[in-house]
Design a binder for this molecule. Structure first.
Ligand code: 3PG
Length: 217
């Protein structure tokens, strides 16, 4: 049996008091440390480093070592090899934009929770069948937004979601008002131009604004 039935509580405990996961694309592991410090000081603890740059795993490793208060995980995990390398880098969680049979199998007995991505009822049914109950809903806005999540609460009362993709500080409250939403994910508080410029003050302001977002339950 895999560890995933408790993934909601395991992921929930990584969020701290702010139900927001910062989705980060980073080109430099050094900058990732400064960024993580900025976010943690602003009260944002759950940091998803996407595997979209060569620096991603080094960034996870450095954040684990140098910003231990951050709950750093990996995003854009696409296959068992990705899962293996982010586990080795010290990721505390792994998030996938979708999921496959091989990825579900690779997640069994892993020390970190996998949050598989879903966008359809059939994908949720497949995940539930595998013992998962905590899903990334991706791409949230494009796939149907808060209305779709609301509709899923009927047939899937135990499923919990982290909508990501097109979520903003303005539309996040609509998601967080739903009982089946445990957090939202997004990159709006970590704009790439601000990271490139080392504009930590701007990022701190955007991250602090996330503190006003509250989960309904
Ligand atoms: C993701 O990988 O989850 C998304 O690219 C983040 O989406 P956003 O940039 O629209 O917040």
């Amino acid at each position: 049996m895999n560890h995933s039935p408790s993934a909601s509580s395991r992921v929930g405990s990584l969020l701290g008091t702010c139900p927001v996961v910062a989705v980060i694309r980073i080109d430099s592991a050094g900058r990732a440390v400064d960024l993580a410090r900025t976010l943690v000081e602003a009260g944002l603890y759950a940091l998803e480093i996407t595997l979209r740059t060569p620096a991603a795993c080094a960034a996870i490793e450095r954040i684990r070592a140098e910003v231990p208060e951050a709950n750093v995980g990996a995003g854009t995990v696409l296959n068992p090899h990705d899962l293996e390398r982010v586990t080795r880098a010290g990721a505390r969680f792994a998030i996938a934009p979708g999921c496959t049979g091989t990825l579900y199998r690779a997640a069994v007995d892993l020390p970190l929770p996998l949050v598989p991505g879903v966008a359809t009822a059939s994908e949720i049914m497949r995940g539930l069948e595998q013992g998962h109950e905590c899903f990334k809903f991706f791409p949230a806005q494009a796939a149907g937004g808060a209305e779709l999540l609301k509709a899923w609460s009927g047939p899937f009362p135990n499923a919990r979601f982290i909508p990501t993709g097109g979520v903003t500080v303005d539309n996040a409250p609509r998601y967080l008002a739903l009982a089946n939403v445990m957090a939202v994910g997004g990159s709006w508080m970590v704009p790439e131009d601000a990271i490139a410029a080392g504009d930590w003050e701007r990022i701190a302001g955007l991250a602090r604004a996330c503190q006003n977002l509250k989960q309904s339950t």
